[in-house]
Design a protein. Structure first.
Lengths: 309, 180
């Protein structure tokens, strides 16, 4: 296969296994490119990309921006904080105004679930979802599973546990889709209050005992507690959360095998993970960040390939 | 589709040895020279020439790389077929080196143009030369000519020149394919 089956990257849910394989294969080439003395290729020199961030982001925004620059695209950036959205403009109006400046591809983060899907039905540009509410964050799941493939050789057959605030996490949902499509076994672990009620229907199992979950898995993907999305109290205190669901070196050393530790960031050191674990040899957190640029280059390149003159 | 053999195994053997000798004439012991084969089809020729230089002419320590030009092409989004990348495998810097670019067929010259851009990512070479097995005359879109050529042919645009290699296609041969 040489082409994606979809015109936008709205979520992992809409991708085929072959799409993921193609993205990974292309990312392998870009990973080589970003490790050259000159880390840039001219492929997208006649493509303009708008990065629309209606919600705050540091890592994802920088990673997308770098990926776009490494491909030689022209880019414009937009943050909701400084925009006319505050003056009452609708999403479609905002985006159509930007598109009339001849933009070919949009990278969007939005706090509303389904914002990307909505936009793709109303505007003429390729859309990449960089996170929509607590729904999906497809490029994060791609780079996470790409990092697992890089570390362990394959994703199929691996046991992966996602630990923490599953309820508010778009990273968790996208990862579940991506891992299952690639043949991994997935378990989620966290306080019962932070695990969605019908999560088993996706084909994952649930564990509330952290030690048991870690003993089972090959890879642990640790998530942050998203206090900003919580309108009520989901657990008694941060201290209690850390005692039950925090990963520390002592716990890791008590396991009989060496597991891979991942975290999509930002890390709350000392809460869900201690510094000695986050900075240990078992952790591939910084590899995830490096792979993020290669994965985003691959996604942008493959979608841009479908933009016809 | 009509298929005419332009070069057979023996012709190719003689040509490869001639090209190897021409390279030695200009680059001596290859101390400051690197060989770079273009993906996907130029790498067979580059590998084979390197092998001949090392085994038959005892040239040691030849630096050989493979360069993929997909991301440097000028027809991205302008083709009906999507482009598929191959791997680049260059583990040296070409700064102050003489580069010999190698491809199987020189046609419009656009691949070579892309390769010249791609090379810049690895440093500033002292010089760049081009070696091709087949030079299709009168078909260039750009002012690019080979320094070393195996065979020059006149082929009309609707015809295709196909180089097959023992490593990949069972035997060494060059064919002209036409719809007639």
């Amino acid at each position: 296969m040489k082409e994606l089956t979809t015109d936008h990257l709205l979520g992992i849910k809409y991708l085929q296994k072959e799409d993921i394989d193609l993205i990974f294969k292309t990312a392998d080439h870009f990973k080589e490119v970003i490790n050259r003395p000159i880390k840039k290729v001219p492929s997208l020199r006649d493509i303009t990309i708008a990065n629309l961030f209606f919600e705050n982001s540091t890592r994802t925004k920088l990673s997308f921006e770098l990926a776009e620059k490494r491909l030689s695209a022209d880019i414009i950036n937009f943050s909701a904080a400084q925009s006319s959205v505050k003056k009452g403009e609708t999403l479609i109006d905002t985006v159509n105004n930007i598109l009339s400046m001849k933009v070919d591809l949009i990278v969007m983060r939005h706090s509303q679930v389904g914002a990307g899907v909505f936009l793709s039905k109303h505007v003429k540009a390729k859309i990449i979802n960089a996170g929509d509410g607590a729904h999906e964050h497809p490029t994060q799941a791609l780079l996470d599973t790409y990092s697992i493939r890089e570390k362990l050789g394959t994703v199929a057959g691996k046991k992966v546990v996602i630990i923490g605030d599953i309820l508010h996490s778009r990273v968790a949902l996208s990862n579940i889709f991506a891992l299952l499509k690639q043949g991994a076994e997935v378990k989620v672990c966290g306080p019962v209050t932070l695990i969605p009620k019908h999560i088993r229907s996706l084909g994952v199992s649930v564990e509330t005992d952290l030690k048991k979950a870690l003993t089972w898995c090959d890879v642990a993907n640790v998530l942050r507690v998203q206090h900003e999305r919580m309108d009520i109290k989901y657990f008694p205190s941060v201290r209690e959360y850390t005692q039950q669901f925090g990963i520390n070196a002592e716990l890791l050393h008590s396991l009989k095998k060496e597991i891979v530790i991942m975290h999509p960031g930002p890390i709350n050191r000392g809460v869900e993970i201690t510094s000695d674990v986050a900075d240990s040899n078992q952790s591939i957190i910084l590899n995830q960040v490096e792979n993020g640029v290669a994965i985003r280059m691959a996604v942008i390149y493959l979608l841009a390939q479908k933009i016809k003159n | 589709m009509a298929k005419k053999t332009l070069l057979n195994e023996k012709d190719i053997h003689i040509i490869l040895h001639r090209l190897a000798c021409q390279l030695i004439e200009n680059h001596n012991d290859f101390k400051n020279t690197v060989i770079i084969g273009l993906q996907p089809r130029g790498i067979f020729l580059a590998n084979r020439l390197t092998q001949i230089l090392q085994e038959d002419y005892k040239v040691r320590d030849i630096k050989l790389g493979h360069l993929d030009i997909t991301f440097y092409r000028d027809d991205f989004r302008r083709r009906d077929e999507p482009l598929e990348a191959s791997s680049t495998d260059i583990d040296f810097i070409i700064e102050n080196q003489h580069v010999v670019l190698i491809d199987d067929v020189l046609y419009s010259g656009r691949s070579v143009r892309s390769a010249l851009t791609a090379l810049q990512s690895y440093g500033r070479p002292t010089s760049v030369e081009l070696l091709v097995l087949i030079d299709r005359r009168f078909s260039r879109h750009l002012p690019i000519q080979p320094n070393y050529r195996g065979r020059q042919v006149d082929v009309i645009n609707s015809e295709k020149v196909k180089v097959s290699w023992r490593e990949n296609d069972k035997k060494d041969a060059v064919f002209i394919l036409s719809n007639a």
